[in-house]
Write a protein that binds this ligand. Structure first.
Ligand SMILES: Nc1nc2c(ncn2[C@@H]2O[C@H](COP(=O)(O)OP(=O)(O)OP(=O)(O)O)[C@@H](O)[C@H]2O)c(=O)[nH]1
Ligand SMILES: [Mg+2]
Length: 489
């Protein structure tokens, strides 16, 4: 007997079961046995508790007022493949005849739940398992696009995606974004699939984070936190680290409720990264102090950055900056152009720090070329603020190369997003060259989806884009010729 709970005729209040954390286990390790006074069967609330708390078993003892006999009714969870509902409800029977070898029962239930999971998705040990949720008024197509990108972000952050839901409610709920019933459904499904994490495609308000985390022990994060988490993993330079920690703390501050559990869940980020375990106990004031300190550090760092910029400007060489959506191939282009080895990867946000190289043209001509952090839709405001310093370098550019991965099915939307962000950064007036890269993938696209291929060609012509393949030096000639023409013709 672990807990004795006294309820009233309306129901029970089940305490936080923090001694029995679910973590990656599929069942709680607890049975709930309770009384029903009016001979009523297991209620919807009972079954919701069973599913939300992942109890091993729920039982109602029914006292019939007419006679003194006790009846018992039990219900337990079932593997997701077996039925529509996540549970099985047994018929009531007299307690005197009730027999159950519970150990055998729960062992076999656990085994069948495990088995159903294994069949569904290979997940590496230790990996976070996420359910993605988009609650939006966008069209279905746009919502799918956005959640596809969220999948990419999850992959980059090392989260295995188990399932995704798109909800398009007529009205947003201020508490849960969707209605409470729907939210419960999603949580139950998540638990059924053995998820450890809910990832929302929309930015959650502090209230929403709080009420959703109160409903479930699953970690709850949103798109912005996911991006911040990726940045935190990838920051290498001191500059980058300071900027990311600053953005994380600023994001966190209004979302702290003062409750230890929640705070640790928020601070933990994915797999407990983020600002770090040791800081879990710090309160708001200390976070504010930390923010102030980081801001001072950043100001000092920006002095160094300013001097480097001055040097570059003084050199009097034209400055070309490569901008574009994340994963467009910006770093690859810089590498091929200047035979360098900036880190590239087929994941989002491979680059966080600016790299600068010299690019030689014939006749002793030179330009300075810089590669920087990629853009993405719904870039968190706090991150944008934090990276203002890095992005400021774009102000010095004489020419922006807007690089587009034209093999990406969402390239058109990505062009628009980049244009919008450039506008926000007040860079819309800068001379620009639109460059469609990864053109080596187009023949394959033409075979697979001729219509999509024609669309790429059509849009490139309409916008006056130059085709290149950043991996293939030869293909860069038209681009180099155009740059020469812009600077020296
Ligand atoms: N097929 C093909 N792949 C490319 C080309 N250019 C880049 N890639 C690949 O695309 C992926 C992303 O390249 P990166 O150069 O890291 O892209 P980026 O724009 O710097 O990305 P972030 O720094 O993450 O914003 C890598 O796997 C590259 O190898 C190309 O022209 N053709
Ligand atoms: Mg890069």
């Amino acid at each position: 007997m672990e807990y004795v709970i006294v309820g009233d005729e309306r129901g029970l209040f089940i305490p936080e079961l923090s001694d029995y954390p679910l973590g990656k286990r599929l069942l709680r390790g607890l049975r709930l046995i309770h009384t029903h006074l009016k001979e009523e069967p297991l209620s919807d609330d009972d079954l919701t508790d069973l599913a939300m708390l992942r109890l091993d078993l729920i039982a109602a003892l029914r006292i019939a007022p007419s006679d003194a006999h006790l009846a018992i009714q039990t219900a337990s969870l079932v593997p997701p493949t077996e039925a529509k509902t996540p549970y099985r409800v047994d018929p009531p029977q007299p307690l005197s005849r009730f027999q159950m070898d519970f150990t055998a029962f729960v062992t076999s239930l656990e085994a069948s739940l495990e088995k159903a999971l294994k069949g569904a998705k290979e997940v590496e040990a230790g990996e976070e398992r996420g359910i993605l949720i988009s609650v939006t008024k966008l069209s279905h197509e746009e919502a799918v696009d956005s959640i596809e990108e969220l999948k990419e972000l999850s992959r980059t952050a090392g989260v295995a995606v188990l399932d995704s839901f798109i909800q398009r409610p007529r009205q947003f709920s201020p508490r849960y974004l969707v209605g409470e019933g729907k939210m419960r459904e999603v949580v139950i499904r998540a638990l059924q699939l053995g998820a450890t994490l809910l990832v929302f495609d929309q930015e959650l308000t502090p209230t929403q984070i709080r009420s959703i985390s109160e409903m479930t022990e699953l970690k709850v994060i949103d798109r912005s936190q996911l991006i911040l988490d990726i940045f935190a993993r990838r920051a290498r330079s001191l500059d980058g680290k300071v900027q990311v920690e600053l953005a994380q703390l600023k994001y966190l501050l209004p979302r702290l409720t003062g409750r230890g559990v929640q705070m640790s869940r928020l601070m933990g980020g994915i797999g407990g990264r983020g600002p770090g375990e040791t800081k879990l106990e710090i309160d708001r004031r200390r976070i504010r102090d930390r923010i102030a300190k980081l801001e001072r550090e950043l100001a000092e760092l920006s002095h160094g950055r300013y001097q480097r910029r001055q040097k570059r400007v003084k050199a009097g060489l034209p400055i070309v900056s490569i901008v574009g959506y994340t994963n467009a191939g910006k770093s690859t282009l810089l590498n091929t152009l200047t035979k360098s080895t900036v880190f590239t990867e087929n994941l989002l946000f491979a680059t966080l720090d600016t790299s600068t190289r010299r690019l030689r043209f014939p006749r002793e001509r030179e330009v300075i070329i810089t590669d920087t952090v990629g853009f993405i839709r719904s870039l968190p405001k706090s991150l944008m603020g934090a990276f203002k310093a890095t992005l400021e370098e774009l102000q010095d550019a004489d020419l922006l190369l807007h690089l587009v991965d034209c093999s990406n099915p969402r390239f058109e939307e990505q062009v628009t997003q980049v244009e919008n962000i450039l506008e926000e950064l007040e860079l819309a007036e800068k001379p620009r060259l639109l460059v469609f890269s990864k053109s080596d993938l187009l023949p394959e696209l033409k075979g697979k989806d001729p219509l999509a291929f024609m669309k790429v060609r059509h849009i490139a012509r309409r916008l006056g884009a130059i085709f290149i393949s950043a991996r293939d030096e030869k293909s860069l000639e038209p681009l180099l010729a155009e740059m020469e023409r812009r600077f020296w013709a």
